[in-house]
Write a protein that binds this ligand. Structure first.
Ligand SMILES: Cc1cc2nc3c(=O)[nH]c(=O)nc-3n(C[C@H](O)[C@H](O)[C@H](O)COP(=O)(O)O)c2cc1C
Length: 402
């Protein structure tokens, strides 16, 4: 097995695969299952001082895995599933939660894994600081502040999670209070529902955050047309593998702007290759939730095996090498403009003259001429004809040789 270990703000993880804060880490027994499956670390379910958020988990946990038509498909696990649902935060009161956390930390130590504590207060900065201190006192080496939980935004008067994350001042005030209360590094987990993720990351960093988690889930809405109602009675959190490009945008933009800010990736990671995509975009460690909830804890072992196989095949000296490697190669629109032109090229040995390429050419470049289709001068190499050609007879040539 390759060496998959990586440093994250001076905390060493044996591999970058992390169980996200969720029902996967609902209590010590569940955290043990993550550790047994081989994760480098896990984020415990979020500790809260809000009875309403505890009750959400106890009484309002409802989830639907929807297929590509946004329908429940029992027994079938589409790869591009939508996970639509709601839950709350940790069910235990802080003192009871500390017992779970200490048990998980002891188990993690035995197995060279890391437990990250998670907190979300609805009592303002002092409340965030108090919860963080409880976590630190359990011997936990890292804390994640949950400024991203989508559900409080649908609850009356719950000023925590995403409601704090979207406020112009509250996340920085909470972060500053926590930084003053604990001596361990603090990660802030952000909501994707802000306009400028880079600016948000910069602001929490200035307030004392050592790292950021990008990102928690969105709030969504799906409709059951037969019953003319929303699914699951109303608004709920939504995510799944399809969301990954949006998460990678947040990760890559933030990494390029602040390369020395450690990032943990979250929201849309499906398998080992996608762990690598998050890392190449700039994440040092990557959290997984929905895909593992769907497939079960042993899936973590498979994901780690996939990462290992890639790292071995590529003969990387250290997994550190790949962090941000793709983000740094991203060209600006102006730089892309300066590349040599690209153009469609038809392989007439494969072409069957169906004409789909011409019919879908919105620049009127590919046309029929003397009984065959030809690419004209107005071609910009957009690539649509190559995508729709049923015979794979069209390729795009030119541009920069990669
Ligand atoms: C059922 C469920 C419960 C969750 N509970 C928490 C939580 O307590 N704290 C938190 O920070 N995030 C929570 N999350 C968000 C996940 O940690 C994760 O950020 C999100 O699901 C996106 O990752 P994924 O695409 O791997 O699922 C929860 C997500 C789900 C689906």
């Amino acid at each position: 097995m390759a060496d998959l270990s990586i440093e994250f703000y001076a905390v060493r993880f044996k591999n970058p695969v992390i169980a996200a804060s969720s029902e996967l880490t609902l209590n010590a027994a569940n955290m043990r299952r993550c550790i047994d499956a081989g994760v480098g670390g896990l984020v415990a379910k979020t500790l809260t001082d809000s009875e309403a958020m505890r009750n959400q988990t106890r009484k309002n946990s409802k989830w639907r895995f929807l297929n590509e038509k946004h329908r429940v498909s029992p027994g079938k696990l589409p790869r591009e599933f939508f996970f639509y649902g709601r839950s709350g935060l940790a069910e235990e009161e802080p003192a009871e939660w500390a017992v779970e956390l200490k048990e998980a930390a002891a188990c993690a130590e035995e197995h060279d894994a890391v437990v990250i504590g998670s907190a979300a207060s609805s009592s303002g900065p002092a409340g965030w600081a108090e919860l963080a201190k409880i976590i630190e006192d359990c011997g936990i080496p890292l804390i994640e502040l949950n400024f991203g939980c989508p559900h409080p935004s649908q609850m009356v008067g719950e000023k925590t999670g995403m409601v704090v994350g979207q406020d112009p001042e509250a996340p920085c005030e909470a972060m500053a209070a926590v930084a003053g209360a604990v001596s361990i590094p603090v990660i802030t987990k952000l909501t994707p529902q802000v306009t400028d993720m880079v600016e948000m990351s910069r602001r929490v960093r200035e307030a004392g955050a050592s790292a950021v988690t990008l990102t928690n889930r969105f709030v969504g809405f799906t409709v059951d047309i037969e019953n003319e109602r929303p699914q699951l009675y109303g608004w709920a959190g939504v995510g799944g593998p399809w969301i990954k490009p949006l998460s990678l945008r947040s990760v890559s933009k933030t990494h390029v702007a602040m390369p020395d800010l450690p990032i943990t990736g979250s929201n849309g990671c499906y398998d080992g290759n996608e762990i690598l995509e998050f890392m190449m975009s700039g994440a040092r460690i990557v959290q997984m939730c929905s895909a593992v909830m769907l497939k079960g804890y042993p899936y973590f072992t498979e994901v780690i095996r996939q990462v290992d196989a890639f790292v071995e095949r590529k003969e990387y000296q250290s997994i550190d090498q790949i962090v941000g490697i793709a983000a740094r190669k991203a060209l600006t629109y102006d730089e892309i403009m300066a590349l040599p032109p690209e153009k469609a090229e038809i392989d007439y040995d494969l072409c069957v003259d169906c004409g789909i390429c011409a019919e879908r050419c919105y620049y009127h470049s590919t046309r029929e001429s003397d009984g065959r289709y030809e690419v004209g001068d107005t071609c910009r190499g957009c690539g649509l004809c190559s995508t729709v050609c049923p015979e794979a007879a069209v390729s795009i040539v030119g541009g920069r040789v990669l």
